[in-house]
Design a protein around this ligand. Structure first.
Ligand SMILES: [Fe+2]
Length: 345
């Protein structure tokens, strides 16, 4: 595995970072990250001149389709405006979102590779806005995969966009606090589910299903969730779907205090959580669809080699059988010293 120092001007999206980029007390970009345009912008604006790059050739880097990039930025921008309106005017106009719901019908979203694209967009910056956009997209996909009516799919997208809107009423110093929250701050943070419900309850045109989806997205089927600790039978389907999308996206995202996991390791967590906390039907649909996306995916192994996923393990998506560039098959369930550090497309 060769590590080379590159001038930032020579760095392009798709290169793999050999050494974490950090400031005095914070990791900006973790080691092994496949760089995107957003990362490179961040490095530029932070004044980095040279960085260390792993010399692995990722041939099949797929650039994001332009329609997706534009539509995604529009969603993030719309969510940002929504949060601003709520923070400063305590209200928002539902009609501003109509455009996004129409966009959901566009064919670009109906691509199975959509979930892969979400792995390519950097999310540390503007986390809440990007997270809301991602949960909306995953909610819509889940609705489609579960065979729900197109109207319900749209309602699920809206639930995803609005699920954390209560956070617009949390003081910014708590919302953006790096590191762990104190107990009192955590309590305040948890109030976002109820705050979201109260706000939407005062807004015209929101269905009671979306209201319940937002109010209950942190409820868990074993009764351990909040705000009410409801049992499974009392949790609305929209909330059960949003909970899966929320968990998946939060775990695959870069946070200042939380190192992003690969989708493979997130699948493992979903598998262990599905029987106790998340709805098993929603989880099963999600996992079976997402697993199929992994077949043929290019991954980066912990020894620096690039490989293609050819066969998934019995239940452990995290340890599939892969084929390296030189044609060697490696069963990661049997070779525990190796693991997948990143997905490369
Ligand atoms: Fe939330």
């Amino acid at each position: 595995m060769v590590v080379k120092r590159h001038f930032l001007t020579h760095v392009v999206p798709g290169m793999v970072l050999a050494k974490a980029i950090q400031t005095e007390n914070q990791i900006l970009i973790p080691e092994g990250t496949i760089l995107t345009e957003d990362h490179i912008q961040l490095l530029r604006s932070s004044g980095f001149a040279k960085i260390e790059i792993l010399e692995v050739q990722i041939d099949q880097v797929e650039s994001l389709p332009v329609e997706f990039t534009i539509a995604y930025q529009q969603i993030v921008q719309a969510v940002r405006q929504l949060f601003m309106q709520v923070r400063y005017f305590q209200m928002f106009r539902l009609k501003d979102f109509k455009q996004i719901l129409d966009w959901w019908a566009e064919p670009v979203l109906h691509s199975a590779r959509l979930l892969n694209y979400l792995n390519w967009v950097s999310r540390e910056e503007d986390y809440v806005f990007r997270h809301s956009a991602n949960v909306a997209i995953i909610n819509g996909l889940l609705g489609k995969w579960m065979g729900l009516h197109p109207f319900v799919q749209q309602e699920l997208v809206l639930t995803g966009l609005l699920h954390d809107i209560g956070k617009a009423q949390i003081p910014l110093e708590i919302l953006n606090k790096p590191g762990r929250l104190e107990e009192k701050e955590m309590e305040l943070m948890k109030s976002h589910a109820e705050a979201g419900f109260d706000l939407l309850n005062r807004t015209n045109g929101i269905s009671s299903d979306v209201l319940l989806g937002v109010a209950q997205h942190h409820e868990r089927i074993d009764g351990s969730g909040y705000p009410l600790g409801l049992p499974a039978v009392n949790i609305h389907l929209y909330a059960k779907i949003t909970a899966v999308a929320d968990c998946y996206d939060a775990m695959t995202s870069d946070r200042s205090y939380y190192k992003r996991r690969t989708p493979f390791s997130v699948m493992e967590v979903l598998h262990t959580e599905m029987f106790s906390k998340l709805d098993p039907t929603v989880c099963s649909v999600f996992m079976s669809r997402v697993k199929n996306l992994f077949i043929g995916a290019m991954v980066l192994l912990s020894d620096g080699r690039q490989a293609e996923v050819v066969l998934l393990g019995s239940h452990a998506a995290m340890r599939p059988t892969v084929r390296t560039k030189d044609g060697q098959f490696i069963d990661l369930e049997k070779n525990q010293e190796l693991f997948i550090v990143a997905l490369s497309n």
